[in-house]
Ligand binder design. Structure first.
Ligand SMILES: NC(=O)c1ccc[n+]([C@@H]2O[C@H](COP(=O)([O-])OP(=O)(O)OC[C@H]3O[C@@H](n4cnc5c(N)ncnc54)[C@H](OP(=O)(O)O)[C@@H]3O)[C@@H](O)[C@H]2O)c1
Length: 292
């Protein structure tokens, strides 16, 4: 059987690029940018998709900054709800599968066991609300779609929290990070590998895609600094002063505190254990800092 043809949206983003790197060698793959298809212009989406041949659409595009969503709720609604709904309607009409990426920020952040796919959503900001509404809209329009919720992404293509902390530690030994916010840092490259599996072993509905283990922004930062130091990066410190989320008064959107997701369903689908985020981070930082 020929390999399914893939269409990737969000191809300039951190996750989109990791998906392309992993899937393009084995699949006919088309990567679209915002110029090719703008989720904020849902009326044009069906026409634009009609120009391309594909069996599976991966939607890694969206308005992903909670603060940007909070100050531009109309844009967030279009990019995270109305646009994805139009994608799903088109996929359903032509018999293509859609894999739509969502977030741990659909959960309230209240103290809880790891959140499972069966737990109720209760977003605390506009980003989370529009992503949750996007999930519902996609599943309504295309019941075979897969909603892949991910959390705290890191990887090769876009600087995230560990990269920013390492950059700061090259300049200063006085660093702070939030200690009362927990989730699961997750490798974009690992997600791309799981998506490769899910392309060949289809699943639908809600699915949490995250590495194993848990972290705070503080422990994620200190782990990144320790790995960087072990790789010979001249960081000035591996110690980070813990602060509370409430001290970050510049944030425009409230953040949920505890959004650790369970990856049990994913492990069952993969038939293998999922590695810890810290091991994945070691690989990521080694690729960035080890001499070639
Ligand atoms: N990053 C995280 O820690 C995190 C955590 C949980 C969930 N997620 C979810 O994971 C997915 C991927 O996130 P990411 O970190 O890879 O995002 P990202 O790096 O911010 O990339 C977002 C992508 O969406 C595109 N985009 C934004 N608005 C668009 C529009 N109106 N029309 C078409 N394309 C548009 C961007 O294009 P431009 O380059 O043109 O802006 C970019 O390619 C998203 O669904 C996000 O909600 C991410």
């Amino acid at each position: 059987m020929p390999a399914p043809r893939i269409l990737v949206l969000g191809s300039t983003g951190g996750l989109g690029r990791a998906l392309i790197r992993r899937l393009a060698p084995q699949h006919p793959l088309t990567a679209l940018t915002r110029t090719d298809l703008d989720l904020e212009r849902p009326e044009a989406i069906s026409d634009q998709l009609s120009r391309h041949s594909f069996d599976i659409l991966l939607n890694a595009a969206g308005l992903t900054s909670p603060d940007a969503c909070e100050v531009q709720p109309e844009k967030a609604q279009l990019a995270n709800v109305t646009g994805p709904q139009a994608l799903a309607e088109h996929c359903h009409r032509r018999g293509a599968r859609m894999i739509h990426f969502s977030t741990d920020y659909v959960f309230s952040g209240a103290p809880h066991d790891p959140w499972t796919e069966d737990d109720p959503t209760e977003p605390v900001n506009i980003y989370g609300r529009t992503k949750r509404d996007g999930e519902l809209a996609v599943l309504k329009a295309s019941p075979d779609a897969l909603i892949a919720r991910v959390s705290w992404l890191f990887g090769a293509d876009k600087p995230s929290h560990p990269d920013q902390m390492i950059q700061r530690a090259l300049q200063s030994d006085d660093l702070t990070a939030v200690e009362d916010k927990t989730s699961v840092p997750t490798s974009n490259a690992d997600i791309a590998g799981w998506i490769h599996h899910l392309i060949h072993h289809p699943a639908s509905g809600l699915l949490h895609l995250c590495n194993s283990g848990t972290a705070t922004w503080h422990s994620w930062a200190e782990t990144a600094l320790q790995i960087a130091e072990s790789l010979g990066v001249p960081v000035k410190t591996t110690r980070v002063r813990p602060i509370k989320l409430a001290e970050l008064t510049q944030l425009k959107a409230p953040r949920p505190l505890q959004t650790i997701m369970s990856n049990q369903r994913l492990q069952a689908l993969l038939g293998s254990e999922i590695r810890n985020w810290a091991t994945a981070l070691e690989d990521d930082l080694a690729a960035k800092f080890q001499p070639k």
